[in-house]
Design a protein around this ligand. Structure first.
Ligand SMILES: NC(=O)c1ccc[n+]([C@@H]2O[C@H](COP(=O)([O-])OP(=O)(O)OC[C@H]3O[C@@H](n4cnc5c(N)ncnc54)[C@H](O)[C@@H]3O)[C@@H](O)[C@H]2O)c1
Length: 294
């Protein structure tokens, strides 16, 4: 069988992509593998992880691909993944935080934290902070946070009812978590200014993926119908263009603290650019994750 040789743009670079067994994450992982990266995928389900690694190796012709397992809504499992990564690789060049979901019913994570916030925001926050030393060791490096235009639906983080204890609406919780992705990206970019590690956020578009399948088939179909009605439903390969650009394009290495749709910079909402909210979210996130300051 003909296998195109992987191009060497990312040869020798170590890339970690979360949520890479489907959708945007899988398409991003495949593109990075084709560019010759040493690729680690974060995955929850061992059987899916094995199948995805085998498929990515076959499709890319790159054998330097493996999976590390973790449920990224569970803090202890993120710590374990980070530990295993550190022991095996010691350095990280590109981190793509992508694993995310929407929960129409309020649920708690294993740590007792509302699931949307635990997975979509704290998942990114903990993994990035735990691998910061490895990113700095690998500098110049990149952090790519997969966010969403849905952040515009949230006028600000509700610090008084952060986890929807008083009132929970799945769409609002999702929008808040995606606003948190932007606040986190901008604050981290500020903190890492001058280190050579670029941090950016990206909206992948409305995607034909597994997104919202956890809420049942009907909800998934509604999500797809809504995307079609809004005039856009992308295949994952198309949706991954933005993450791939930020993770690998040479010119993107010089850009940090920005929001992208595909390879184009966009202005995110006013609420996402509030420095005080970003700092407050950082403090709250430190408290909820018991990560030490600094
Ligand atoms: N689908 C869309 O229309 C859309 C639009 C804007 C932004 N996004 C964002 O894109 C990202 C990827 O979504 P997608 O559309 O590819 O959906 P998807 O459901 O196909 O992929 C999500 C990935 O995250 C993983 N994941 C979910 N919960 C996890 C957990 N607890 N632990 C570990 N992994 C977990 C899944 O296994 C899957 O691999 C998400 O951050 C999402 O918010 C999606």
């Amino acid at each position: 069988m003909f296998r195109p040789a992987p191009d060497s743009q990312l040869a020798g670079r170590i890339c970690l992509v979360t949520g890479a067994t489907s959708g945007v994450g899988r398409a991003t992982a495949l593109a990075l593998a084709r560019r010759g990266a040493t690729l680690v995928i974060g995955a929850r389900n061992p059987a899916k992880a094995r199948a995805t690694v085998a498929a990515l190796r076959r499709q890319s012709g790159n054998t330097s691909i493996e999976a590390l397992l973790a449920d990224l809504s569970v803090q202890g499992e993120i710590h374990r993944l980070a530990r295993e990564f550190r022991e095996r690789y010691g350095r990280l060049d590109v981190l793509v935080n992508n694993a995310g979901a929407r929960f129409l019913e309020r649920r708690l994570s294993a740590d007792g934290i509302e699931m949307t916030f635990a997975l979509n925001h704290l998942g990114y926050f903990i993994l990035t902070n735990l691998l910061l030393k490895e990113l700095l060791t690998g500098a110049p490096g990149r952090v790519v946070n997969v966010a969403s235009e849905a952040h515009r639906l949230c006028g600000g983080i509700d610090f008084e009812d952060l986890q929807g204890e008083r009132e929970y609406q799945g769409k609002a919780a999702y929008a808040q978590s995606k606003l948190a992705n932007l606040l986190f990206s901008y604050e981290l970019a500020r903190q890492l200014d001058g280190t050579g590690v670029a941090v950016n956020a990206v909206h992948p578009g409305n995607v034909l993926s597994g997104f919202s399948r956890n809420n049942g088939w009907l909800s998934w179909l509604r999500h797809l119908a809504g995307s079609l009605a809004a005039g856009e439903l992308r295949l994952p390969g198309r949706a991954a263009q933005g993450p791939i650009y930020l993770a690998s394009a040479p010119e993107a290495a010089r850009v940090s603290g920005r929001y992208f749709v595909d390879a184009a910079e966009h202005q995110s909402s006013e609420a996402s650019r509030e420095g005080a909210a970003a700092k407050r979210l950082w403090e709250v996130s430190l408290r909820l994750t018991k990560l030490a300051k600094g």
